[in-house]
Design a protein around this ligand. Structure first.
Ligand SMILES: Nc1ncnc2c1ncn2[C@@H]1O[C@H](COP(=O)(O)OP(=O)(O)O)[C@@H](O)[C@H]1O
Ligand SMILES: [Mg+2]
Length: 284
């Protein structure tokens, strides 16, 4: 499988007020496969946003390299190509709206790139369709719900035809319904359009449907694997201020009390089935 992103020995520090500097990464290496859906977890300040900003050359490595579709982010001549390949969605939907009409908002980035208007119309329609917002084309973005605004922001990124989308806590300001809308769109884009999706989140349950979960602490990767492998490491997650999904915690509590239950039944459906089997056996 082709890698969308290759990070080798990344080192990065922010300058500090005191003459010292704030070291975020000392030696971080990571590959992200094209088309995969990767969730990145970690408590506040562990370096998630700093990592995200390295993926489309908002920040440049101090040490090591970040390579995006074979392009070194440190080479200035690669900047435009990198920004076209890797789209970013941020936490606050209101900060990402630039126009008073949804379709104009989505057209903004390709217009700036000089894409012909016929092509822009096609891209805008496709992008709004992909996020389930086609019916809101003529609406005013500020009247939409938080979840709808984030879906418009995602459409704006899709209109650039990126191969990778990085979403930095896109659900942090949304209600549960909005969160659900955004996560299922992200999953769909990865599954159906082979777009690489990198979802940074605080909500464990949003990571359940990812192909891969990366848990970070203090600029280091402490767990990396399939959700069922990472989330069953409950003690490790708790040691760095994270937790497992509610389903896993419930199964673990029952397991500790002597019911033999599979901790890797992560989705509510799988968890319910595991409990149902246990209850049926107990009755028989
Ligand atoms: N612009 C900045 N200047 C100085 N320090 C920063 C800046 N942005 C982030 N930091 C520090 O770098 C560390 C990592 O931050 P960040 O990547 O934003 O973490 P996260 O997104 O996981 O919450 C934190 O300790 C934070 O305080
Ligand atoms: Mg952050």
């Amino acid at each position: 499988m082709e890698n969308a992103i290759e990070i080798r020995h990344l080192a990065y520090s922010y300058p500090d007020d005191t003459a010292t500097e704030h070291v975020v990464f000392q030696d971080l290496s990571l590959d992200i496969e094209q088309g995969s859906f990767v969730a990145v977890l970690g408590h506040n300040g562990c370096g998630k946003s700093t990592l995200a900003k390295h993926l489309n050359a908002i920040l440049l490595p101090e040490g090591g390299t970040v390579t995006v579709y074979g392009l070194d982010t440190k080479q200035e001549e690669n900047l435009l190509a990198i920004r076209q390949q890797v789209g970013m969605v941020f936490q606050n939907p209101d900060n990402q709206i630039v126009s008073n009409v949804v379709e104009e908002d989505v057209a903004f980035a390709p217009e700036n790139l000089g894409v012909p208007s016929e092509e822009i119309r096609r891209r805008v329609d496709e992008a709004l369709e992909a996020v389930g917002m086609a019916a809101y084309k003529k609406h005013a973005p500020h009247l939409l719900s938080g979840g709808q605004k984030q879906r418009v922001a995602i459409a704006g990124v899709l209109a650039m035809r990126p191969k990778t989308i990085v979403l930095d806590e896109p659900t942090a300001m949304l209600d549960p319904q909005g969160r659900q809308e955004v996560v299922s769109i992200v999953e769909k884009l990865s599954r159906e359009q082979n777009i690489t999706a990198i979802l940074i989140t605080h909500h464990m349950d949003e990571a359940i449907c990812a192909d891969r979960v990366i848990a970070m602490d203090d600029g280091k990767i402490i767990a990396d694997g399939a959700p069922k492998d990472v989330f069953t490491k409950i003690d490790l997650l708790q040691s760095v201020g994270l937790t497992a999904p509610q389903t896993t915690l419930l199964l673990k509590a029952l397991d500790d009390d002597g019911c033999a239950l599979p901790l890797d039944a992560l989705s509510v459906d799988d968890c319910a089935q595991a409990l149902f089997r246990q209850i049926s056996q107990a009755k028989a």
